[in-house]
Design a protein around this ligand. Structure first.
Ligand code: NDP
Ligand code: 2IT
Length: 449
């Protein structure tokens, strides 16, 4: 990767040399460094304090064995991870991902990005991420429980409500968080807010489940209103994925008057020109964890196509990638642009490849980077931490209102930072600069470590 600035080039080259075979991590670092060029020029003391060199090296990277017994009595071995990336502005905070593709590169890219995202929320949270190459698909409930217990038996020594607070991500939802929380409590004999996304009867926050998807739409509404004097109403929308983020993005888009016509899972996509029946999707996916293809058995207006990437060939006004990293390529971007897309906002982490992002920006299409537009989930996690500290619960209305305010605030700090640093309307540059500056200033104030 080539940079105009020689200092940024040296930081990137050194990171690349020290982290070989970690393409996702280097992709995330490269994107941030590229956006920081105007900041480095304006604030030379950042180089003197070696802020970039320190930020690209995690505080701590933990890897551990997770051995557990399956229903047949066989012993299975998986690999567990937790990266504690940066704690300048708060305890490490970020989700856990259980998916067979999980490796060091994916955990580090997610942990690196999480720090900037958490900074943008304005809440006191540092950056962290974790997970395992464990595949929850096809496992019984007892196997999931035993795996979560084994995972937490090791993880519990590194986390705590003022140290590191994990939550969910792909493959980790309320069920897994419940098992993880139970095991932490049993081992440490402490009932505390050590995880977020907990069940509502044991310290979870109202609206956490909906937060990432709802927050994405609050961001999109603010972006459309401020940058195009427009709204989601009557727009044709594609949402990839059909997990936690996608489902609540669709629900909020529909509440705002948008027409969501397609969703996907890792196997294929559904196209329903009559509008997605979100309660049906919930019953298939949340209720019984079945493939999305089952949708067409219940809806005559819909059709199912194998291959998840095909979703981007459908015409739309707004595209919301909400599945996984690098799910939307340059080829997909070209197709969307040809079909007249006017806004793309990321619900997933890093779903658009760098080439796809450049194509959107060159075509003048509004593009919202995930670290800004999907920050609603971790924002409500931060609110869950506050409620746990207060030993109090806010109403759904109170949490939703705070979420709405936080997402509008993220849009404005992103938009304003872009303008201030000479990159007007470039929300990617704005998000990286706004997220970065707060962490950098805290690191300088706290001395070398
Ligand atoms: P879920 O596990 O609930 O759902 C994941 C969805 O993405 C499923 O539809 C899944 O399909 C699909 N998917 C997963 N991996 C792949 C893949 N390799 N290729 C194609 N499709 C895939 O996860 P979430 O909804 O929680 O997370 C989705 C994205 O949002 C992730 O990028 C996550 O990091 C990000 N995110 C999540 C937040 C949260 O609060 N949960 C907050 C902010 C961002 P299938 O079921 O077939 O595997
Ligand atoms: O990517 C993310 O922001 C999340 N998976 C949510 C993290 C959290 O701590 O709620």
């Amino acid at each position: 990767m080539l940079f105009a600035d020689s200092y940024l080039q040296s930081v990137y080259d050194r990171t690349a040399a020290r982290n070989p075979n970690e393409p996702e991590f280097l992709q995330a670092v490269g994107e941030v460094l590229r956006c920081l060029e105007p900041v480095i020029q304006r604030r030379p003391e950042l180089q003197r304090h070696a802020i970039l060199e320190r930020m690209t090296e995690p505080d701590r990277f933990l890897q551990f064995r997770v051995a557990w017994q399956d229903d047949s009595g066989n012993i299975q071995v998986n690999r567990g991870y937790r990266v504690q990336f940066n704690s300048a502005i708060g305890p490490y905070k970020g989700g856990l991902r259980f998916h067979p593709s999980v490796n060091a590169s994916i955990i580090k890219f997610l942990g690196f990005e999480q720090g900037f995202k958490n900074s943008l929320t304005g809440l006191p949270m540092g950056g962290g991420k974790g997970g395992s190459d464990f595949d929850p698909k096809g496992k019984s409930d007892s196997e999931i429980m035993r795996f979560c217990q084994a995972f937490m038996t090791e993880l519990c020594r590194y986390i705590g409500p003022d140290t590191d607070v994990p939550a969910g991500d792909i493959g980790v939802g309320a069920r897994e968080v419940g098992y993880l929380f139970g095991q932490y409590k049993r081992i440490q004999n402490q009932y505390c807010g050590v995880l977020t996304g907990k069940g509502l009867s044991f310290g979870g926050s109202l609206v956490r489940k909906e937060a990432t998807g709802y927050g994405l739409l609050y961001f999109v509404e603010e972006m459309l209103s401020c940058m195009k004097q427009d709204s989601v109403k009557q727009k044709t929308i594609l949402v990839s994925g059909s997990g936690n983020v996608a489902i609540y993005a669709v629900e909020k888009a529909q509440q705002l008057g948008g027409n969501v016509v397609a969703m996907s899972d890792s196997k294929g996509y559904i196209y329903d020109p009559a509008g997605i029946d979100i309660e049906l999707v919930k019953s298939i996916r949340e209720g019984s964890r079945q493939p999305l293809s089952r949708y067409v058995e219940h809806r005559t207006s819909a059709q199912y196509t194998e291959g998840c990437r095909g979703i981007w060939s459908l015409p739309c006004d707004i595209a919301l990638p909400c599945a996984t990293q690098n799910e939307l390529s340059a080829q997909d971007a070209e197709q969307l642009i040809k079909n007249g897309v006017s806004a793309v906002a990321e619900g997933a982490n890093m779903p658009c490849t760098p080439e796809a992002v450049s194509l959107f920006q060159q075509a003048g299409i509004l593009y919202a980077p995930g670290k800004a537009s999907n920050a609603g989930g971790v924002a409500v996690s931060g609110l869950e931490m506050s409620q746990n500290s207060l030993r109090y619960s806010w109403t759904a209305g109170e949490v939703d209102q705070k979420l709405h305010q936080i997402m509008a605030g993220i849009f404005h700090s992103t938009f304003d930072a872009a303008k201030e640093y000479g990159a007007e309307n470039d929300l990617l540059t704005g998000a990286n600069i706004a997220g970065f500056l707060k962490i950098a200033d805290a690191m300088i104030a706290q001395g070398v470590y």
